[in-house]
Design a protein around this ligand. Structure first.
Ligand SMILES: *[C@@H]1O[C@H](CO)[C@@H](O)[C@H](O)[C@H]1NC(C)=O
Ligand SMILES: *[C@@H]1O[C@H](CO)[C@@H](O)[C@H](O)[C@H]1NC(C)=O
Length: 506
């Protein structure tokens, strides 16, 4: 104590207090991390990937439930997968606790009746459809579901039939073993997520409301993954739970011009006015929103696991936010999580080499940070362009989704976190923001607690397999996915134990 006083004497008082706070926070700052029991192959309730479980997953992968475009889905395949599911999971489909509603013709909504009706139900969500696959670019047939070197190759393995079959497998196991949930469980499988979910997920949401459900305790849908080697300064894999989704604004920028002969050009053509506008947008990024979205929580949640310099910075974002924000802006991947991104994607003007172009049109694609709105993005663009001759129209847009809480007493977040840590024992769980979109936009009125997590384990080089070629899942990973959902259901039913307090020990 006297050393501290001595050091704090005179001019350095303020700085010294800062240093003390920084050091103390570096070594004490942490978020709720419950003791969890590791999920082991030797557990009596471990769900082993046997031949039956593997074969029914493969049968599901072989059904080509491809969504191509709005109005262009694979009707027969959706009927086939529904019949397969009904046949392969007999206990789920005959249990007196379970009700199945088929909505929007092909989407499935199950309810598993809980014994305590004063507990608010929750929803496990996934989707039945997949994006198309170009067979010639694959090493193995995309709908063959062949196993090679411990991996099953098929479209839909990670996006996201592992969710559909993982949830069904865990529920079949639970109900076969006499499980009666206290809290009612809903399971929703949309059939058109890849083209917006505007029939499937929308009708699932409507059906829930029809059943008198206005609030769900939480929702877990597909989303972020367990990623190995993503975060600088972190030696363990990170498991990110998406607490929001970036929005999107596709803008059409237009300058009206008078076409004329190139021998008598106007002082400024529509083309050149628009070029200047687009150049200004591209060279003036939107402001950093670091600290206003889920990214600050993300770094705070992993802080205590980072190596020292990173740990000190991330435990003290109250002080180092500006510095960290500038550091994150240096790489395109991390820059995308701290601000609204601007990409100029199309430009059209001119028809002939001796004619002054008439109108000039450009398309600008923004991915909107969760702390901003579409209107704010457009206002900022106008301010940067600073030229009334440029007309801005919205071609297509979606507001960012609300940010779900990740605090110590949030049941959904903590149950997902604990279940991940039981299965991937060395992973560090943190909230994150999703750049892509899911079905959850149709569910936002049903819960404040919406989480996006797919129980798949990826290395950075696996990411292009999403919607790309050679999508695959390891046999071990599929087994982990099933056990993840099993633990999630068991944990949620047990509820959140009171948060551990240091005063308990006094
Ligand atoms: C369901 O299928 C019928 C017959 O094909 C069609 O008329 C109807 O619009 C479909 N409903 C939905 C919600 O897509
Ligand atoms: C049902 O849940 C409520 C809310 O948690 C709890 O207060 C009540 O004791 C439970 N009832 C039974 C019979 O377990």
């Amino acid at each position: 104590m006297s050393d501290v006083k001595y050091c704090c004497g005179g001019l350095g008082l303020f700085l010294c207090v800062l240093v003390v706070i920084v050091v103390v926070r570096t070594f004490t700052f942490s978020v709720r991390t419950d003791q969890v029991v590791e999920c082991k192959n030797s557990d009596s309730d471990f769900i082993k990937l046997n031949d039956q479980i593997l074969e029914r997953f493969k049968k599901g992968l072989r059904i080509q439930t491809v969504s191509r475009d709005v109005g262009d889905i694979s009707e027969q395949a959706l009927v086939d997968i529904q019949n397969l599911i009904k046949k392969e999971y007999p206990v789920v489909h005959s249990s007196p606790l379970v009700t199945l509603d088929v909505v929007g013709n092909y989407s499935l909504l199950y309810s598993i009746q809980g014994t305590n009706t004063s507990l608010i139900p929750y929803l496990l969500a996934s989707h039945l459809d997949v994006v198309p696959a170009q067979q010639e670019n694959w090493d193995y047939p995309p709908f063959g579901a062949e196993t090679h070197n411990g991996f099953i190759y098929a479209r839909g393995t990670i996006d996201v039939k592992l969710g559909v079959f993982g949830i069904l497998e865990s529920m079949e196991y639970l109900l076969s073993n006499g499980f009666k949930p206290k809290r009612t469980i809903y399971i929703g499988f949309g059939h058109d997520e890849e083209i917006g979910g505007s029939v499937g997920a929308l009708n699932i949401a409507n059906k829930l409301e029809e059943k008198g459900i206005s609030q769900l305790e939480y929702i877990i849908d597909e989303g972020l993954n367990v990623l190995d080697g993503l975060v600088p300064g972190l030696s363990k894999p990170s498991a990110l739970i998406g607490t929001s989704e970036k929005g999107q604004a596709i803008l059409r920028l237009k300058v009206k011009g008078k076409p004329g002969h190139s021998s008598m050009p106007p002082k400024e053509s529509a083309l050149s006015i628009l070029v200047q506008a687009v150049h200004r947008l591209e060279t003036t990024p939107h402001p950093s929103m670091f600290g206003y979205g889920p990214e600050k929580d993300m770094f705070e949640h992993i802080a205590s696991e980072l190596s020292l310099p990173y740990r000190m910075l991330m435990s003290n974002l109250w002080l180092f936010s500006p510095l960290v924000s500038r550091f994150l802006a240096m790489s395109p991947t991390t820059n995308a999580i701290v601000r609204t991104i601007t990409a100029v994607t199309m430009f059209q003007s001119g028809v002939k080499d001796n004619v002054i172009p008439g109108d000039a049109v450009a398309i600008v694609n923004h991915r909107i940070h969760p702390a901003q709105s579409i209107q704010q993005v457009i206002d900022y663009d106008r301010y940067i362009i600073n030229d009334d001759r440029v007309i801005i129209e919205i071609k297509n847009s979606m507001e960012p989704l609300p940010i779900s809480p990740c605090d110590d007493n949030n049941l959904g977040y903590q149950m997902i976190k604990n279940s991940i840590r039981q299965v991937w024992t060395n992973s560090v769980v943190a909230p994150g923001v999703m750049i892509g979109n899911t079905d959850t936009k149709h569910y936002i009125h049903l819960s404040n607690n919406i989480y996006r997590f797919t129980p798949s384990y990826l290395y950075p080089q696996d990411i292009p397999r999403f919607h790309g070629n050679n999508e695959r899942i390891s046999l071990q990973n599929y087994q982990q996915a099933i056990n993840f959902y099993y633990h999630l259901i068991k944990n949620t039913d047990a509820g959140l134990s009171p948060s551990h307090k240091h005063s308990d020990e006094l």
